[in-house]
Ligand binder design. Structure first.
Ligand code: GCW
Length: 679
C-alpha cells in the first residue's frame, strides 16, 4: 500500500478502541440503489480497516445486538425512523444526520442517497480520528455546487498541472484506468465534492468534438464511474462549436439556427449522460471565441446555451475572466483589475435562472495576494460561483509548500458590505445573501496521475481543505488543518504540531519571498515559475508594477489612479482608497508609493521588502529543519519525498530573495539597514 495514494483516507491513522463504536458490528441498509450501495461498501471497508473485523451485513446484521442503520427515512424500521425524524427535518439538500439510537445502535440518514454517502464519510472521519459519536450530528452543505475544474487536454497534458498527466485522456482519446478514476471519485466525494468539469476551459480543436458522437460514449463511461460517488460531470465547451465542427457558418447566439444546433447538441449529450451537469464556458477571454464576434453580449451568449440545457435541468457556468489581453504597456489608463466588473455588472439581472457566473477570487489572476473581486457584492441579481485555484500556478507549482486554506478562508470571510455588515463572500456565492437559485464554489484542481495525486504530499491538504470549505465555509482553518494532518499522517503529537506549523506558516512564507505587498506577478512569463521582476512589465497582459528609482505600485485610486477602488462598496472603497487605511499587504495593489513610504507596520516599503525576503528564506530553512526532525516518526517514503521538495523550495526561495532584493536595491539605491548581503 502506498500511503500517499490513500491520502486522507488512511486505513488506521490512529489507535482505536472498538468498544467505543459498538454499532460497527453490523450494517443494515436496503440494497439495490447505486449510491447507497457505494455508501454501504465504504462503510464496510472503513470499519474493516479500522477494527480488523468485517461488519455483519444482510440477515446476520439484523440479529446483531447493535447495528448501524443507513438510508433514507423510508428505508428505516419504524422505531429508528421515529428516533431520527426530528433531526432529519433540519437537514437541507444533500445533508445528513448521524444519530445514536437506543441500545448502542446508530443511524446515518439523508433525504437523498448521496446525503447518506456523505454521512458515511463523516462517520469514518470521526472514527479515524478517534472522536466519540455519542451526540447527534446534523449537517447540511452551505453550497449547492461543490465543484472541481480540470484543465485537462485530450492529449493528456494538463494546463497548469504539476502532478503528472491527465487521469482521463491520452493521445486525443478518452482513456482512463477505471480503478484509478473510481479512487479519485471516492476522494472527491469523501470531502463533499459533487460536480466536476472534465476538460480544460481552453477548448481546443479535439476537445471541441467532445459534444459529438465521436466522444460521448467514452465520456459517458467516465461519467458512470463518477456517478457511483454522486459526482456529476460538466463539459467545457467551445462557443464557436457550430462553426468549428463544420455545421454552420455562424455561432451568433441570436441566430435561430445556432440555437437549434445547441438544442440538438444538448439532446444528444443527455441521451449519453442522463445526469449531465451542464456547460462551463470561457468566452471572449484570452483568444477564445465568444458572442463579441457577433456584436452580442455575454448575457446573449450564456442564455442561448442555457435554453438548450433547460429542458434537462442543466446549468451554464459562464466565466467572468474577461479582459483585454492585448494591452499596450505604455497605456496607463487601462486597468485589467477593472475589467470583469466593467463587463458584467451592467448585465446584472439579464441572465437566465440556470446560468451562473463563475468569478475568480481576485480581479487579476490567482496571485499569492489580491483583494477580493468586487463582482462579489457587485452582482445582486445573478447566480454566482467563486473560482479558486487549487493548482499552485502562481504559488510554487507544488514544488513549494503553500497551504491555501488560510487564503480561501480570508476570501470567504471578506465582508463586501453589499447589503450592510455581514455580506460576506461566502454568503454571496452560496446564493443566501441575494436569494439566488444557484450558487457554489469551483476549484481548479491540483491533481494528475502522479501516484500521490498532487505531486507534493502536502498539496493534498489543499484539495482536502477546498472540499471541506465548500461544504462549510465557517469551518476554522485550524479545524481543517488538524483533520487533514491526523487523517493523513497520524496523531503523534510531534508530527501533528510540526505539520500544522509548517502548513499554517507556508502561505505567508511564500508571499514573503516573492512579489511584495500585493503587487503580484514578477514571475517568468509563460510557465510562471521562478522570479523575473520585469517578466511582464513590458508585455500585453496588463500586469505591471511600475517600479522606478523613486517608488513602486499601481495607483488604482479614484482620486489619482484608475478608479478601481470605486468598484467596492463603502467602507471598503475608502479603506482601499486612503493610504492610511489601506492594509499593508495590499498597499502596492492600490497605490504607487515611494520606497521610503512608511507602512502601518512602521517599516518603510524598501525595508519591508528586504526584511520579508530574508525572513522568508529563514522560514523555509526552519520548515526544513522541523521536517528533518520527524525522520523517524514518518514513513521513509513520504518523508524522503517531502524532504526533496523542501530542498528545492529552499534553493528557489534563495533565488527569489536575491533577485528581488538586488532589483530593488539597484532601483532605489537604498541600502538594507541591517547590512545583509544584497548583490
Ligand atoms: O491563470 C491563467 C492561466 C491560464 C488559464 C487562464 C484562465 C486556462 O495562466 O493557463 O487558462 O488563467 O483561467 O482561463
Amino acid at each position: 500500500v502506498n500511503l500517499d495514494y490513500a491520502a486522507w483516507l488512511q486505513a488506521t491513522p490512529v489507535a482505536l478502541d472498538a468498544k467505543a463504536y459498538p454499532f460497527t458490528q453490523a450494517i443494515v441498509w436496503r440494497t439495490g440503489r447505486r449510491v447507497l450501495d457505494t455508501a454501504a461498501a465504504e462503510l464496510c471497508q472503513g470499519i474493516a480497516e479500522a477494527f480488523a473485523v468485517e461488519p455483519k451485513v444482510g440477515e446476520a446484521a439484523r440479529l446483531a445486538p447493535c447495528r448501524l442503520y443507513l438510508g433514507l427515512p423510508t428505508d428505516l424500521p419504524g422505531f429508528v425512523a421515529n428516533q431520527v425524524s426530528a433531526y432529519v427535518q433540519q437537514v437541507c439538500g444533500d445533508g445528513y444526520v448521524i444519530v445514536p439510537i437506543e441500545g448502542g445502535s446508530l443511524a446515518v440518514v439523508g433525504h437523498v442517497d448521496i446525503g447518506c454517502l456523505y454521512g458515511v464519510f463523516h462517520l469514518l472521519r470521526a472514527i479515524r480520528m478517534a472522536q466519540p459519536l455519542t451526540e447527534p450530528i446534523v449537517q447540511s452543505p452551505h453550497n449547492e455546487l461543490r465543484m472541481i475544474n480540470h484543465w485537462d487536454n485530450a492529449d493528456g497534458t494538463i494546463e497548469r498541472g504539476y502532478a503528472g498527466k491527465s487521469l482521463f485522456y491520452r493521445s486525443n482519446t478518452v482513456q482512463f484506468d477505471p480503478v484509478r478514476v473510481r479512487d479519485y471519485a471516492r476522494l472527491l466525494a469523501s470531502v463533499g465534492i459533487n460536480a466536476i468539469a472534465v476538460n480544460n476551459v481552453n477548448v481546443h480543436r479535439v476537445e471541441t468534438q467532445f459534444v459529438t458522437d465521436a466522444y460521448l460514449p467514452s465520456l459517458a463511461r467516465l461519467a458512470d464511474l463518477f456517478r457511483d460517488y454522486g459526482v456529476r460531470i460538466f463539459l467545457s465547451v467551445n462557443f464557436a462549436s457550430p462553426v468549428e465542427l463544420g455545421d454552420l457558418a455562424t455561432a451568433d447566439p441570436l441566430d435561430p439556427e445556432v440555437q437549434a444546433w445547441w438544442n440538438s447538441t444538448a439532446d444528444r449529450i443527455y441521451r449519453h449522460i442522463p445526469d449531465f451537469g451542464g456547460f462551463l464556458v470561457k468566452a471572449d477571454s484570452e483568444f477564445r471565441p465568444g458572442p463579441f464576434t457577433y456584436g452580442r453580449d455575454h448575457a446573449d451568449g450564456a442564455n442561448m446555451l442555457a435554453r438548450s440545457l433547460k429542458p434537462y435541468g442543466g446549468l451554464v457556468i459562464w466565466r467572468c475572466f474577461v479582459y483585454n489581453c492585448l494591452q499596450d504597456w505604455r497605456d496607463r489608463k487601462t486597468d485589467r483589475a477593472r475589467a470583469a466588473f466593467d463587463h458584467f455588472v451592467p448585465l446584472d439581472g439579464r441572465f437566465d435562472d440556470n446560468v451562473l457566473l463563475q468569478i475568480k477570487n481576485g480581479p487579476m489572476d490567482f496571485q499569492v495576494r489580491e483583494p477580493v473581486s468586487p463582482l462579489f457584492g457587485g452582482l445582486a441579481r445573478t447566480n454566482q460561483m467563486l473560482e479558486l485555484q487549487i493548482t499552485q500556478e502562481y504559488t510554487g507549482q507544488q514544488k513549494h509548500v503553500c497551504y491555501l486554506v488560510p487564503q480561501w478562508k480570508e476570501i470567504l470571510d471578506f465582508d463586501t458590505h453589499a447589503c450592510g455588515q455581514g455580506s460576506t463572500v461566502a454568503r454571496c456565492v452560496s446564493g443566501a445573501l441575494f436569494g439566488c437559485a444557484h450558487g457554489g464554489i469551483a476549484g481548479v484542481v491540483n491533481v494528475g496521475d502522479d501516484l500521490n495525486w498532487t505531486g507534493h504530499s502536502f498539496a493534498q491538504a489543499n484539495l482536502y481543505g477546498f472540499g471541506r470549505l465548500c461544504w462549510d465555509p465557517s469551518l476554522s482553518v485550524e479545524t481543517i488543518t488538524d483533520e487533514w494532518v491526523r487523517l493523513t499522517y497520524g496523531d503523534d503529537q510531534d508530527v501533528v504540531s510540526a505539520l500544522a506549523y509548517i502548513l499554517l506558516a507556508s502561505w505567508r512564507t511564500y508571499e514573503d519571498y516573492t512579489a511584495p505587498l500585493g503587487v503580484g506577478w514578477m514571475v517568468n512569463p509563460g510557465h510562471h515559475y521562478g522570479p523575473n521582476v520585469d517578466g511582464y512589465e513590458y508585455s500585453k497582459w496588463g500586469t505591471y508594477h511600475f517600479s522606478d528609482c523613486h517608488g513602486i505600485g499601481v495607483d488604482r485610486t479614484i482620486a489619482t489612479g484608475t478608479g478601481y477602488t470605486g468598484q467596492y462598496h463603502e467602507p471598503n472603497r475608502s479603506m482601499y482608497e486612503n493610504l492610511e487605511t489601506c492594509p499593508d499587504e495590499l498597499l502596492l495593489f492600490f497605490h504607487h508609493v515611494p520606497y521610503t513610504h512608511r507602512l502601518r507596520s512602521g517599516k518603510t516599503v524598501i525595508q519591508h521588502i528586504y526584511d520579508t525576503h530574508f525572513g522568508g528564506v529563514e522560514a523555509v530553512e526552519q520548515m526544513r529543519r522541523m521536517w528533518a526532525e520527524l525522520a523517524d516518526k514518518v514513513d521513509p517514503e513520504r518523508h524522503h519525498a517531502v524532504r526533496t521538495r523542501l530542498d528545492v523550495q529552499l534553493q528557489d526561495a534563495i533565488e527569489w530573495r536575491d533577485v528581488i532584493n538586488t532589483y530593488f536595491y539597484r532601483k532605489s539605491g537604498i541600502p538594507d539597514r541591517q547590512g545583509r548581503t544584497i548583490f
